[in-house]
Structures are given as C-alpha cells and as structure tokens.
Write a protein of this length. Structure first.
Length: 129
C-alpha cells in the first residue's frame, strides 16, 4: 500500500468482506462544524467509525496515536448526536501488534480481520455490550 487512499480502500474491503455496509469519507455537520469519518461501517445494528492511520516505523509514536484516539472518540460522540445512535470509535494503524482501547479501539491493520470475526467478544471485553 503506497498511499493513504489505498490503505483506506484495503480497510473498506475487509469490512465489506465481513458483511458490513460501509461508506468511505463520511462527512457530517453539527453545531461545532464539519466532521469527517474515514470509514463508517454498519452490521447488525452496530456502527463502527474508523480512522485509518498509515503510520510507518519512521514516525510512529504511541503518544501521537493516543492523542488521535482521543480526538476520534470525540468526533464519534458528535456523530452520535447527529444520527441518534451509538457509534463505536476504531483507529486502524498500519503498524503495531495488538488490539487495545484508549478512548477508541486501536486495532492494528494485521489484527483487523480477527477483530471483526470476534467483534462481540471485543465489545463485551471493553464494556460496549
């Protein structure tokens, strides 16, 4: 994957392979202004809002990822008010090796398939069900 667009397309494809109805670059407006979600995916009434991060080893920093996770969670709370439904924030970085939660689910690209296969387990594990 050479570009961030190709990275987003790969993520979108994985969601669709798991039966999610997905939309790339979902834009919404609220009292704060314009918000954008890289990928909005829905299946079985569960809405996941994905922020794709194509960090590379050269400039990846855990603190930056945590900052982005917090910002993304706030963006998702704004979206919830607009659509009137629960939205689960998910960050998908290109690197790292485990799923964890810091304001948002942080699901490394290599773990995305497992995360979606075991979505209900992860949601229950982190208090979303």
């Amino acid at each position: 994957m050479k570009t961030w667009q190709e990275f987003e397309e790969e993520i979108l494809k994985i969601f669709e392979e798991h039966g999610f109805k997905s939309k790339r670059r979902f834009i919404f407006r609220d009292e704060i202004g314009r918000g954008e979600i890289d990928i909005l995916a829905e299946r079985f009434g569960i809405i996941l809002a994905v922020d794709a991060k194509r960090y590379t080893e050269g400039w990846y920093r855990l603190s930056a990822l945590k900052r982005e996770a917090k910002k993304h969670a706030e963006r998702c709370r704004r979206l919830e008010k607009v659509i009137g439904r629960k939205v689960i924030p998910v960050i998908v970085p290109l690197i790292d090796d485990r799923v964890y939660f810091h304001h948002s689910f942080i699901v490394p690209f290599v773990s995305l398939n497992d995360f979606l296969l075991n979505l209900h387990y992860y949601l229950a594990e982190f208090g979303f069900e």
